[in-house]
Design a protein around this ligand. Structure first.
Ligand code: NAD
Length: 495
């Protein structure tokens, strides 16, 4: 284990003139607006990317529309599954190259890039590939009685919605895009993905692999740019559906824009302020290990991660005694060093936001560990745990999206439920207890799209994922995604 040297193909890739991937190839844009791609472990620019102009936008959507009615419509469901499986194989075959590109641009530890951006992306692709041959309607018997002896029968068809705009954040730039790409392609849709301006490169390489796997030109396109490119994409009249993952304020704006653009379908996977509840009978060692594992992975930049932890007052001291040493043991450093599991925050804006929360913690909370920047170039901060003294503290209410867990004690279950549910967010929650029947009684009372018991942040492609309240609309994974990417057409026959 040591510091890894970038592969020659990664160095060559970083030197390319980056723009978009349209109609099956790297697309040379005429745009002269270049956005910097910054390595967050140094703060230095490693590449630039051209922001999409009007011509790029039109080219991406029109080729996606042509593929929707043409090459991808002509590809049989069985063949779509074969292609997605081949795509997964190619992701793995080029895994080290993709992982290195992603780590340089996002600050994610190389372990995490290999495990999630590559290995998990392949797992999800294969899961979706299995659905290709299983997306069907139903037959039904109409219920109105016949008047003159005639009979009726009816069936439904699942038809792809059309060209999808996928807008993704910077925290898992490959894996989250793969969720959308796979959902779209397996249902017969085509897609234009707009990556985050902070991590725009890895998907350009992923798209090349998709073409090598047999995805026809135009079925998958990558259009790079800032939020304003995303906005124009959503409002394009040939976009039938938006699948957005990002923050709550942007998600609300995206939802309004999509509705305003002719009732364009929108699914929104947004932020969270996820609660973990440690009940009186909790196994404290197991719970603290679980919180450290899930609350600080990728420097806390995980939408589903626990950020507020309510601990039964009788166990609070034990929890706080264990958390400090556990956080001290985390090795902070360059994410290309294989001995490191905690790299920098992903970008300057995120770094400034987390530092402001540290200022708040020093002024208003008891800092148990961290709440400091690390004295080195780049956007490094310490994993942080604080204890709040009132339930309305900002650190118990606002999503930091950083490595900050805030603890707060509770006495009764009624009080616990009030604390958990008094939030505009409803993405995930967890209950830690040795009493399973108590946990199962709490589950229906907790306002969240996913509730875990004795675990947190575990995404499985077979299990639907999404938020309630301000954390979003719609579900990814399982069979739930099919509703969002298809329209149900009813057909009635008289005989
Ligand atoms: P963000 O909302 O700032 O940006 C997300 C994407 O939207 C980016 O590609 C951005 O360029 C684009 N965008 C920005 N303004 C836009 C506009 N007006 N119209 C269209 N597109 C626009 O989010 P971020 O900072 O990149 O990501 C962090 C957020 O994402 C956190 O809140 C996190 O919780 C959330 N997130 C949610 C999930 C989930 O599955 N629920 C997963 C990962 C991240």
């Amino acid at each position: 284990m040591g510091y890894i040297t970038l592969l020659p193909q990664v160095q060559a890739f970083l030197r390319r003139d980056h723009a978009h991937f349209i109609a099956g190839q790297y697309h040379c844009s005429a745009s002269t607006t270049r956005l910097p791609v910054v390595d967050p472990s140094t703060g230095e620019t490693v590449a630039t990317i051209r922001e999409a102009d009007e011509a790029d936008l039109q080219a991406a959507v029109s080729t996606a529309k042509a593929a929707f009615h043409g090459a991808w419509a002509d590809t049989l469901p069985y063949q779509r599954g074969v292609i997605l499986n081949r795509f997964a194989d190619l992701l793995e075959a080029h895994g080290e190259e993709l992982a290195q590109i992603e780590t340089v641009c996002s600050g994610k530890s190389i372990h995490l890039s290999r495990a999630f951006e590559v290995a998990q992306s392949a797992v999800f692709l294969r899961y979706y590939a299995g659905w290709a041959t299983k997306i069907n309607g139903e037959t039904m018997s109409p219920s109105i009685p016949s008047v003159a002896g005639e009979r009726y029968t009816a069936f439904t068809r699942r038809e792809p919605v059309g060209v999808v705009a996928g807008i993704v954040p910077w925290n898992f730039s490959v894996m989250i895009a793969i969720w959308k790409i796979a959902s779209a392609l397996v249902t017969g849709c085509t897609i234009v993905i707009k990556p985050s301006e902070s991590t725009p490169l890895s998907l350009l390489r992923v798209a090349e692999l998709a073409i090598e796997a047999g995805v026809p030109a135009g079925a998958l396109n990558i259009l790079n740019g800032t939020g304003s490119t995303g906005q124009k994409l959503i409002q394009h009249r040939d976009i039938a559906k938006v699948s957005f993952t990002g923050s709550v304020p942007t998600g609300i704006a995206v939802g309004q824009m999509a509705m305003g653009a002719g009732l364009t379908r929108a699914t929104l996977e947004l932020g969270g302020k996820n609660a973990a509840a440690l009940l009186a009978d909790v196994d404290v060692e197991q719970a603290v290990a679980g919180l450290v594992h899930t609350g600080y992975v990728h420097q806390g930049q995980v939408c589903a991660a626990p950020e507020r932890v309510y601990v039964h007052r009788s166990r609070l001291d034990e929890v706080l005694e264990l958390i400090g040493p556990a956080l001290s043991a985390i090795k902070i450093g360059n994410p290309l060093d294989e001995a490191v599991h905690f790299g920098p925050l992903a970008n300057r804006a995120q770094y400034d936001k987390v530092l402001a929360y540290f200022d708040h913690a020093h002024a208003h909370n008891r800092v148990i560990h961290g709440a400091k920047a690390v004295d080195r170039p780049g956007y490094f901060v310490e994993p942080t745990a604080v204890l709040a003294d009132n339930p309305d503290d900002r650190l118990l209410r606002e999503e930091t999206f950083g490595p900050v867990i805030t603890f707060y004690p509770f006495d009764t279950e009624e009080e616990l439920l009030d604390l958990i549910n008094d939030s505009p967010y409803g993405l995930t929650a967890s209950v830690w207890t040795n009493n399973l029947s108590k946990a199962l009684r709490l589950v229906p009372l907790i306002e969240a799209g996913t509730v875990w018991i004795n675990m947190h942040t575990f995404l499985d492609p077979a299990v639907p994922f999404g938020g309630i309240k301000s954390s979003g609309v719609g579900r990814e994974f399982g069979s739930a995604f099919i509703d969002d990417y298809t329209e149900l057409k009813s057909v009635m026959i008289r005989y």
